[in-house]
Design a protein around this ligand. Structure first.
Ligand code: AMP
Length: 299
């Protein structure tokens, strides 16, 4: 069984110091599923509007991503506009238009309810919960969220945490969610809500992983050119889930390796706008960057 991904499929408008693009393919589920598709079969549950371009649908098909659960509803596709200053670590949201997501009732196709790996990419936590209720008994569930939902639907997010294995947040979101400025304390507070592990993403500074009794720290893959950081977090999660879904047994060593694969996948995503880099990425490039990462972090 492959990986089931629920989250946003969006048309993004993005401005970075290196360029500006309007209505490009984005969304948390888009980046996560593109990334995970390098490792395993991926199926998507999301919604788009009538304005969603057929060329974007073809991109999913070309990556072999299952879109049986991608509903096409009347109305407009989810839209997000963001801007990055020279500090590419912080996305400034200019608008979030939920559009078709406002009335979306996700339906997991019957044949996918037995999925072993579930990734609840960033979207309304109530929708994440509704998908969680429809799947039978996944081996591993990971969940991502963001400041928008922590501000508006924190109690729904707290409820989700009781039912998942791994939660991914960036450093600002972990602080916002926990009310703790120290990330060690923030992670401990989040673990207190139920998940067995917390991943705190720190953009170009890498990531921190905390489980009960253990933690792991890894830098990001150093790049000279970053065009657009949008989707880095979702791509990270897709790589992590993708790698874990291939492991016979998930232990601490495999989890660490999955986090490095997540970092490697994210490093590719930021090299171009939208999913352009992921669309032309090869498995060979992933393995070569993985080996290079190992070489530059060994001491
Ligand atoms: P990331 O840069 O990994 O945090 O994710 C960026 C993606 O998240 C963009 O492609 C957006 O379309 C999507 N996004 C932004 N805001 C939201 C939101 N409130 N809910 C779901 N997805 C969102």
């Amino acid at each position: 069984m492959g990986i089931l991904v629920v989250g946003s499929v969006a048309l993004d408008s993005v401005q970075t110091p290196y360029g500006k693009r309007d209505n490009i393919l984005g969304g948390s589920a888009t980046f996560a599923s593109f990334s995970a598709s390098f490792f395993n079969r991926v199926d998507l549950v999301a919604v788009v509007g009538k304005d969603f371009p057929p060329s974007a649908i073809s991109l999913f098909r070309r990556k072999g991503i299952g879109i049986e659960g991608l509903e096409r509803a009347s109305g407009k596709t989810f839209r997000w506009k963001g801007k990055y200053e020279y500090d590419l670590n912080t996305a400034h949201t200019i608008y979030t238009h939920l559009n078709v997501f406002r009335h979306f009732k996700p339906i997991v196709p019957e044949g996918l309810r037995n999925s072993d790996y579930l990734f609840l990419a960033n979207i309304d936590p109530e929708l994440q919960m509704s998908v969680l209720k429809q799947v039978k008994r996944p081996k591993l569930v990971a969940c991502d969220s963001m400041n928008f939902w922590i501000s508006t639907k924190k109690s729904a997010l707290v409820r989700i945490l009781k039912h998942i294995d791994i939660i991914l947040l960036n450093d600002a979101e972990a602080r916002q969610f926990s009310g703790e400025s120290n990330l060690f304390k923030a992670a401990r507070a989040i673990l207190g809500h139920g998940p067995s592990a917390v991943v705190i993403k720190k953009g170009e500074h890498g990531m921190l992983y905390f489980s009960r009794g253990a933690h792991f720290v890894a830098p990001a893959y150093l790049l000279e050119t970053i065009y657009d950081p949008t989707g880095a977090g979702d791509t990270f999660a897709g790589g992590m889930m993708g790698y874990l879904s291939r492991c016979r047994k998930i232990n601490e060593a495999q989890i660490r390796k999955s986090l490095i694969y997540g970092s490697i996948m994210a490093s590719f995503a930021v090299e171009d706008f939208s999913v352009a880099r992921l669309a032309r990425l090869t498995r060979r490039e992933i393995e070569s960057r993985f080996r290079h990462y190992r070489a530059i972090t060994r001491f």
